[in-house]
Ligand binder design. Sequence first.
Ligand SMILES: Nc1ncnc2c1ncn2[C@@H]1O[C@H](COP(=O)(O)OP(=O)(O)O)[C@@H](O)[C@H]1O
Ligand SMILES: [Mg+2]
Length: 351
Amino acid sequence: MAREAVFHDGDDEPDEDLVSDVPSVPVDLEDRQLDETLRPKRLEDVLGQRKVVERIKIILDATRKRGDTLGHLLLDGPPGIGKTTLATVIPRELGVDVQMAAGPALDAPKDLLPYLTNAGHNSVLFIDEIHRLRPAVEEFLYPAMEDFRIDIALGDGLNARTINMQLKPFTVIGATTRAGMLTAPMRDRFVYREHLDFYELEDLIEIVRRNARKLRTSITDEAAHEVARRSQGTPRKANNILMRTRDFATLRDPNGEITTKIADDALQLLEIDVLGLERQDRRYLETVMDVFAGGPAGLQAIAHSMSIPPDTLEDDIEPFLLRSGLIQRTPRGRVVTSAAYAHVGRSRPHG
Ligand SMILES: Nc1ncnc2c1ncn2[C@@H]1O[C@H](COP(=O)(O)OP(=O)(O)O)[C@@H](O)[C@H]1O
Ligand SMILES: [Mg+2]
């Protein structure tokens, strides 16, 4: 079914529901620069996620061999896990151009239009946070993904006409922290879907070692282990901790080396505990314990008590707590487990 996008004169009032859906926590600029410095450039530098990397390698080899356009690819997984990394590595491996867009920044079909018309033959269009695309933008994207074609409706009433435009074949790589929030028609348009999960300790240790080398910093094996262990299975967190411990080492170690003692001190100052929980994570647990007697508590209620947007809780805080067995999701809400009580040093209330 062909869908048309109507281009108005800019008098469109944005839908209120969608406005409140825009993330309120901007990406830290420092984080972004750090990402660029340490981001792997080639597929062979992408550590861990072995099955995913293996499958992507096959997809790329087959695409190259056929001389085809890569099928649309959806990457999902928690923040800082390597989605953007893969989305930049893949076009480099294929030797094609890439454009980067972000779902929340595309207010209307006209914002997507330049990306589509600029998309070169076999190039990649990366759309981050693709679950946040507005419905009108999403519908405009469907025929572009399916038939490399867009329908543009110009004008209204008697003057209305539709322009049909052919695009060059291109690939959408979508990234999302919430595959579940993607509409079914959007999900169906991706030929390939890959889920990135938290990293194994061994892989994170290797990432820490390699990135220390990139930063021309030496780190002992034990300290690399400690940093990795307390990074929530997430490379971006490992990188951030590495940077902070490096500052400590610069100031305190005569050789600027990151030792276990220095890593420990830095982690303590950063309030990252032995499980890798940060202040916000512990606050989450304590809120459910104190305000909701351990749960079950609804996401909205917890978010309200903490004055943190529910999306942030669901994207940034809950996945690791769930994975660590500190909370559980039940049909009636979130529940903290005995392990969580033990971890924060409280006893579970009886009753
Ligand atoms: N598989 C990996 N191997 C090595 N480093 C990685 C890997 N995945 C992520 N990183 C590091 O973590 C940083 C954040 O990853 P990124 O791709 O931006 O995460 P996401 O887009 O999923 O939020 C990157 O800049 C990179 O330094
Ligand atoms: Mg990203």
